[in-house]
Design a protein around this ligand. Structure first.
Ligand code: SF4
Length: 304
């Protein structure tokens, strides 16, 4: 439990500094509890555009701060911990994108939002885990280079046989650590439970799932479902929101290794410090920001 005095300090600073605190579902529950809004990365970045506050404190990893800055260039976006970084967000080289473009001149480069602003700037269209299928279906190009996440790309490719996919080998180590064997074992222990998995999991895990969806889709599904027990195949931080919304249902993670060490860097103390100093601010260079905004804009058009 967070220290009461510290929480009072945060509440006072939040007012004084005209700030809003946004937290991702994967940060610790006590950070989610003090946030003004909790959600997935793109939801938070978009939400910030509707909030009349000068300072946005982002409790999540670097690429989320960049997305928030790209959509809110006139606001200060401050990271609760600038060392919280997502390895997958860097898992494609610009040279690789250029090489694929040379080999496949008609290709559309589709970039999962879990990537750096620089990678987005070299892409044609962005996708989130919830809109990837709809967006890629609406792209006119037949050939799709899907970056950086291999698992999400393969998952949607199965539903789009009319497209020709070129996959990349990026992955989220947290979702990759969830194995088919561990899901089978969890099902043996909780035979009545439904398995809900994120599409960043490997294909053999997704085959065992009763439902595959983004973090917010998993939360909505579990909340609306008549089932009472669920095995959760994504980062464990999501259990906080699931339990808040569904106090009478039971949620189990597949195993004990499902936590993202970068998301867990964010602490209540660091949120207080970020509010106090309003540092470190996210900076995206103008040239990168201009080019990274285009694929995000394209995503919004194609997701309609
Ligand atoms: S859970 Fe995976 S995709 Fe999300 S920030 Fe951590 S490493 Fe990156």
């Amino acid at each position: 439990m967070a220290d009461q005095k510290l929480l009072e300090k945060i509440n006072k600073l939040r007012e004084e500094k005209n700030a809003v605190i946004l937290a991702h579902y994967y940060v610790d529950g006590e950070v989610q509890a003090l946030a003004d809004y909790v959600g997935d990365s793109y939801f938070l970045a978009k939400l910030a555009t509707t909030i009349d506050k000068e300072n946005v404190i982002l409790c999540g990893v670097n690429f989320m701060g960049e997305s928030a800055k790209l959509l809110n260039p006139g606001k200060n976006v401050i990271l609760a911990d600038e060392l919280a970084d997502c390895p997958m967000a860097h898992m494609v080289e610009i040279e690789k994108i250029e090489q694929v473009r040379r080999e496949y001149p008609d290709v559309a480069v589709v970039c999962y939002v879990n990537s750096t602003a620089e990678i987005k700037a070299h892409s044609d269209v962005c996708v989130t885990s919830s809109n990837a299928l709809r967006v890629v279906k609406n792209i006119i190009n037949k050939q799709i280079f899907f970056i950086p996440d291999n698992n999400l790309g393969r998952y949607i490719s199965k539903m789009l046989p009319e497209k020709e996919f070129i996959f990349h080998d990026g992955f989220c180590h947290v979702h990759k650590s969830i194995t088919k064997e561990a899901v089978e074992k969890a099902k043996e222990i909780h035979p009545q439970a439904q398995v809900l998995a994120h599409p960043e999991c490997t294909g053999d895990v997704l085959e065992l799932a009763d439902f595959v969806g983004s973090t917010s889709e998993i939360i909505d599904y579990a909340t609306e479902s008549e089932a009472e027990t669920f095995i959760i195949g994504t980062e464990m931080g999501i259990l906080y929101e699931l339990e808040q919304r569904n106090p009478n249902k039971k949620f189990y993670s597949v195993g004990h290794r499902q936590f993202c060490p970068n998301m867990k860097r964010i602490t209540v103390e660091k949120v207080a410090e970020a509010l106090e100093t309003l540092e470190p601010k996210v900076i995206v260079l103008d040239e990168i920001a201009k080019n990274a905004a285009k694929p995000l804009q394209k995503m919004m058009e194609l997701a309609k």
